[in-house]
Structures are given as C-alpha cells and as structure tokens.
Design a binder for this molecule. Structure first.
Ligand code: BEZ
Length: 211
C-alpha cells in the first residue's frame, strides 16, 4: 500500500542503531524526515548519510527529527557507521532502522519490485507533528538526494502552515512569496499590511511574512 500526502504516517516498532523505535512515540511532537536507502556499504548511500549527519543542526533548528532505514542487519549498520565517519568526516548522529523483515518498507511501499525485489528505493517522507505525511519523494538507487532541498521544503511547509501563503518555484528562505488564492484582496489588506504586487489576479507577490 502506498503512503500518500495527507495520510497518517503508519506507526511501527523496529530495531535501530539507537535501540527499538516505536515510531509515533519516538516522533513525539516533532516534525520527522524518514528516509530509506537501498543498502549498507554502497557508495551513494554512504555519501547521503554523511550529508544528513552534517546537516543535523539545520534539522534541529527546524524542530525536525531525522531517521534512516535500510533492510540490512543491525551489526552491519554499526560497522558501516564507522566507514561513514572515516570517509565523509561526519559521525552518524541519528538512528538507522534495521528493517530486516521489511515490515516498515512494506508499510511505506519502499520496495518497488520492478526496480529491485530486495532493496528499497530512495524514499523520503516528511511528517508533521500531527503525524500527517506532508511530502513524499522517490529517487532511484543510483541518484543521491539533495538534502538541502529537503530542508527547503520543510521551510516552505512550516511557513505555509503559519501564514496564508504559498512559495514559488526555487523559493529560498527570506524571498518573496505568493498570497494564497483563497485569500481575497479584502482579507489580504489585513494579513499583508505592507502590500503586494498583483502580476495577475491569481498571482499576487508579497514579502515573506515573519522574516
Ligand atoms: C549506492 O548507494 O551506491 C547504490 C545502492 C544500490 C544500487 C546502486 C547504488
């Protein structure tokens, strides 16, 4: 079964490098990034886990917990963590789920049999503090993900939850945003007292609120 935007993220219990994880309990009231990687001791995965470890403080700043998953065994995860530290210059600082029975991978539809029967694809789920799935991404095995982009989407989600705005293509924190189409010009006068530019009646641009 696939997990879609707006669904409640399936709960699970599974072993990890930081002990048994009861997912919903572990997530608590935080945002979560849950991401899978196909296999331990593979080159792209090694660089990805190093990249996430280096960005840990950026995830912390946004109130986001990060958790990785592969179908490999726990002992194997520990040995690989040493390789990640040696080659990427960053120590693993978040849990890695050892999904040996594939129960989590199945719940989250992380195995795409026409790509591989045994390995997970590179899935990403961003989950909000109400356990709702807010973003899903699927990358193929040979393409490493851009985790700065994951941070950017979290910035957009957190901003658009707070204000009646949407973020345009390639938006970065601090740049102008779009007034949500559901907001009338009348209501916009109150919400955006500094004004906005109307490029088209459906495309109104204003400075990022709360920056
Ligand atoms: C990698 O992480 O390098 C990788 C994993 C599975 C297939 C291809 C590449």
């Amino acid at each position: 079964m696939s997990v879609r935007i707006g669904d409640i993220a399936p709960d699970f219990e599974q072993e990890s490098t930081e002990g048994k994880i009861r997912f919903h309990e572990w997530a608590g009231g935080s945002w979560v990034v849950l991401f899978s990687h196909p296999k331990n001791f593979t080159p792209v995965c090694t660089t990805e886990l190093g990249a996430v470890a280096k960005l840990k403080s950026e995830f912390d700043k946004r109130g986001v917990k990060v958790i990785g998953l592969s179908v490999d065994e726990l002992g194997n995860h520990d040995k690989w963590a040493a390789d990640i530290e040696e080659t990427q210059g960053a120590k693993l600082n978040f849990p890695l789920i050892a999904d040996t029975d594939r129960s989590v991978s199945d719940k989250y539809d992380m195995i795409h049999p026409n790509a591989s029967d045994t390995l997970t694809v590179r899935s990403v789920f961003i989950i909000d503090p109400n356990k709702k799935v807010r973003l899903t991404l699927t990358y193929p095995a040979a393409t490493g993900r851009n985790f700065e982009e994951i941070l950017r989407t979290i910035d957009s989600l957190q901003l658009t939850d707070k204000y009646s705005v949407a973020t345009p293509a390639d938006w970065e924190q601090g740049e102008d945003v779009i007034i949500a189409p559901s907001v009338s010009d009348e209501a916009a006068k109150e919400k955006f007292p500094n004004g906005w530019k109307t490029l088209k009646p459906y495309l109104r641009v204003t400075e990022q609120p709360g920056k």
